[in-house]
Design a protein around this ligand. Structure first.
Ligand code: PNW
Length: 506
């Protein structure tokens, strides 16, 4: 469709040589026809943020220290330009402004996270910070008064430092502490919240935090710490789900899910080795958590590969911990929906030479790259590959059955200074279109969440990459939010319930 329009227009306007060039350029970026069907009634469109990235007020009103507070203060140079999120978007003081722009956009839901140490400063339930509770009560009340559903993440990377001091997620003690925290959240906010996610991107927490050390607490323990972290985190999630299922679901009528990071892994060739490598990567990234919770254990390929490599490396037992029979029964099926954060796609080759290092990354035994023709963003790891989200959604259906899927993040970065974000308009349009295609394919996806409402603290990249629909002037005392051009596009989607200008009823 797109291709033909270009041929006709350009043929009448340009000389032959320019014509050929145009077709080449446009056809590279304009491969797919957009889906103009409306989304079904009840499909949720919203935006997301997380506590540490936007709230600021890191030590105000009784908040306790988190591992991120300590991580950025201890060695400032770990963050680009030595930045911190001490103030960030100052949403602790400006939550009404945030809700006002959400309302203006017309979102169905807003996904935010609760900072554990703002409500329980020591991490334990022995001490409750009333000011923190009031903050989230106010935020939730303000959202509901404006007809916006709160979607609440319990944990978006910010572990109480008291618990981090004794190993954080590598110490099994955290399982019960997390369950107590969750129970406190259900008791305190559960009547007003129907969508819960226990964890955001556990791979980032575990592999980033305790494997390669690029996220707080910055521990380097590849192949050991990262697997131990995941083990405890999965148990914590499952126990929270059971707690809700048994004691809260009947009166609070909500759902408890978990959100995983997910690349689409596209095989580099038709060879069996590359096909297997791509599937192995999907299992190592998404299946690490999803297979455990849906089917009751780590993916078979992970268990096999890590056991073999551990043995070859001289370990007595696999570096991948084993669940007990009892634990296997507790984790199987302990999830109401699967959250998906999709940003980009990688091409995957089998890795021939087995590396000596025994980390998660090396255990996966893949080589990855992104194609030159895929449009770049301001994040080195993120190129624009809209068809990847459709393939991923279809893979989730094939792999995990009809369990409901919630797209809890999808987005692209700019340089954090611009308001002219054509890249984001195109990105959202093409991804939303592909999500609509996935619905046509029969995938059980019930919501789409744009990351992010506004530019914010992008972890070790500080304020140099902006994922927001809104620009934030971090140099202004007021942290002024102004809409980028993409806001108009997103508003239109929210109004018309489809990706294009010519929506049709399905
Ligand atoms: C997610 N990667 O993290 C997080 O949930 C957000 O807090 C974050 O701001 C957003 O995506 C944008 O980065 C990711 O390197 C961080 O592949 C890094 C990667 C993926 C997701």
């Amino acid at each position: 469709m797109c291709f033909f329009k270009i041929i006709v227009n350009t043929a009448t306007m340009f000389r032959q040589s320019i014509w050929v060039l145009c077709v080449l350029v446009i056809s590279a970026t304009c491969k797919q026809e957009l889906n103009n069907k409306r989304f079904p009634q009840g499909f949720l469109f919203g935006t997301a943020t997380s506590a540490y990235q936007i709230e600021g007020a890191w030590n105000e009103d009784g908040k306790g220290e988190s591992n991120w507070d300590v991580f950025v203060h201890r060695v400032p140079s770990v963050i680009k330009n030595n930045e911190t999120a001490d103030v960030a978007c100052d949403s602790y003081h400006k939550y009404k402004d945030d809700v006002a722009i959400l309302k203006d956009m017309g979102v169905d839901h807003y996904r935010f996270s609760i900072a554990w140490t703002r409500v329980l400063p020591t991490g334990f339930v022995n001490e409750v910070n009333q000011a923190g509770v009031t903050y989230y009560k106010n935020l939730i009340r303000e959202l509901k008064a404006n007809n916006i559903l709160p979607v609440v993440t319990m944990f978006h990377y910010d572990t109480p430092q008291t618990l981090e001091n004794i190993g954080g997620f590598t110490n099994e003690l955290i399982v019960d502490r997390f369950v107590e925290y969750a129970q406190f959240l259900f008791e305190t906010f559960g009547d007003e919240v129907q969508y819960w996610a226990t964890f955001n991107e556990p791979k980032q927490t575990c592999q980033g935090g305790y494997g390669i050390g690029t996220k707080a607490p910055g521990v380097l323990s590849p192949g050991i710490g990262e697997y131990l972290c995941a083990h405890n985190l999965i148990k914590a999630h499952a126990e929270v789900w059971h707690l809700y299922d048994k004691h809260y679901r009947h009166k609070q009528n909500g759902v408890v899910g978990i959100t995983m990071d997910s690349f689409w892994a596209e095989p580099n060739s038709d060879s069996q080795e590359d096909q297997d490598a791509a599937e192995r990567m999907r299992q190592f990234i998404y299946g690490w958590y999803a297979n455990a919770l849906v089917n009751g254990d780590y993916p078979e390929v992970m268990r096999k590969v890590i056991a073999e490599r551990s043995a070859a490396q001289g370990f007595k037992k696999s570096r991948l911990p084993q669940f007990t029979e009892k634990q296997l029964q507790r984790i199987k099926g302990a999830v109401d929906y699967l959250g998906v954060n999709y940003y980009t796609t990688y091409m995957v080759k089998n890795q021939g030479d087995v590396p000596v290092v025994s980390g998660w990354q090396e255990d996966m035994q893949v080589e990855t790259y992104q194609k030159d023709e895929w449009q770049r963003s301001s994040s080195a790891w993120l190129r624009v590959v809209p068809w990847g989200i459709r393939k991923l959604l279809n893979w989730l259906k094939t792999t995990y059955g009809d369990i409901p899927i919630f797209i809890t993040e999808n987005g692209v970065s700019d340089n954090a200074t611009t308001h002219d974000d054509q890249i984001r308009i195109d990105y959202y349009q093409q991804h939303i279109s592909n999500v609509r295609d996935a619905l046509d394919d029969g995938v059980n996806v019930f919501g789409y969440t744009a990351w992010s409402l506004m530019n914010n603290f992008e972890w070790i990249k500080g304020y140099t990459e902006g994922f927001g629909l809104y620009h934030v002037d971090f140099s202004s005392a007021n942290k002024t939010r102004t809409p980028k051009r993409s806001v108009e596009y997103f508003k239109k989607v929210l109004r018309t319930r489809c990706a294009t200008d010519d929506c049709v009823d399905a």
